[in-house]
Design a protein around this ligand. Structure first.
Ligand code: KIV
Length: 303
């Protein structure tokens, strides 16, 4: 037997997020990012193309948010969207992703009634749509639901501050926790969700002072949307950040594109070309061999 020189394995090449073969984002990777002070990037996606854009852009977490109710399904609020609709969107997003952590939003009315209802709905998001985790809104009884889902082995992200599923009770789509008394309620909700075992929290539309005050008490990564710069990461709605959605944009929305304008321009140009007979051109079509075309004409005339 010939002695072989010992070769120590080459260090694994570090692949940038979004690069082919980049390692999957796990819950421990998110904890690590928080510990290292590396901002966590989260974006919503609701279908295969938007998920594959998020994948290619190297985001850490993709949320199939119930904002889909408004951005892609045309409902006036997030309240009407059903579990079946969310599962269909989440499944499509799953098929466009391999690297980011995929979180599915449990819609209004699908988890509040009992721990059993919450566990059964969460299990469907994991089993049928392939989500890695689920998100639920509010503190209070939602903290009990979160504990039940976590107890069933499913990671849960909490969501406090402006919680659109209860916007009516909160006085509309407005920032929350702007008095010391209301801010303490948000703190209480956040701590209850952390104690319930949530792996992460979303803070939506709360004053930066409130975020600054509560962050030192949170061991889990916090993702903000309109909550100031002190959170561990940021989330934006895909259609808002790319300018696809035409509705009202909240103060925290920063537009990084105007995709709707480009889409309208593209479809208008297509419509003009069809009407002016500029499309299709010969290069867009298929041809038959001349003898086959002649035989076809002959057969039709003969028939
Ligand atoms: O539904 C959603 O898109 C959300 C984000 C705004 C966090 O909950």
């Amino acid at each position: 037997m010939s002695a072989r020189p010992r070769v120590s394995p080459a260090p694994a090449a570090k692949r940038a997020p979004g690069a082919p073969g980049a390692p999957k984002v796990t819950l421990s990777r998110l904890e690590e990012k928080k510990a290292l002070g590396e901002p966590i990037v989260m974006v919503t996606a609701y279908d295969h193309p938007s998920a594959s854009v998020a994948e290619a852009a190297g985001v850490d977490v993709v949320l199939v948010g119930d904002s889909a109710a408004m951005t892609v399904l045309g409902y006036p609020s997030t309240v009407p969207v059903s579990v079946e609709e969310m599962l269909m969107l989440a499944g499509a997003a799953r098929r466009g992703l391999s690297t980011p952590l995929l979180v599915g939003d449990l819609p209004f009315g699908s988890y509040e009634a009992s721990d059993e209802q919450a566990i059964l709905t969460a299990q469907r998001f994991i089993k049928e749509a392939g989500c890695d985790a689920v998100k639920i809104e509010r503190g209070g009884s939602s903290a009990d639901r979160a504990a039940a889902i976590v107890g069933a082995g499913i990671p849960v992200m909490g969501h406090v501050g402006l919680t659109p599923q209860s916007a009516t009770a909160l006085g509309g789509y407005r920032s929350q926790g702007r008095t010391a008394e209301r801010a303490l309620e948000v703190v209480e909700d956040a701590l209850a969700l952390q104690d319930a075992g949530c792996f992460s929290l979303v803070f939506e539309a709360i004053p930066s002072e409130l975020t600054d005050a509560v962050m030192p008490r949170l061991r889990i990564p916090v993702i903000g949307i309109g909550a100031g710069p002190a959170t561990d990461g940021q989330v934006l709605v895909f259609h808002d950040l790319l300018g696809i959605y035409d509705g009202h944009a909240a103060r925290f929305v920063q537009r990084y594109g105007n995709v709707r304008e480009a889409m309208v321009a593209g479809v208008t140009a297509y419509a003009d070309d069809v009407r002016e007979r500029r499309y299709p051109q010969p290069r867009h079509g298929y041809t038959m061999a001349p003898d086959e075309a002649a035989a076809l004409r002959e057969a039709l005339v003969g028939g």
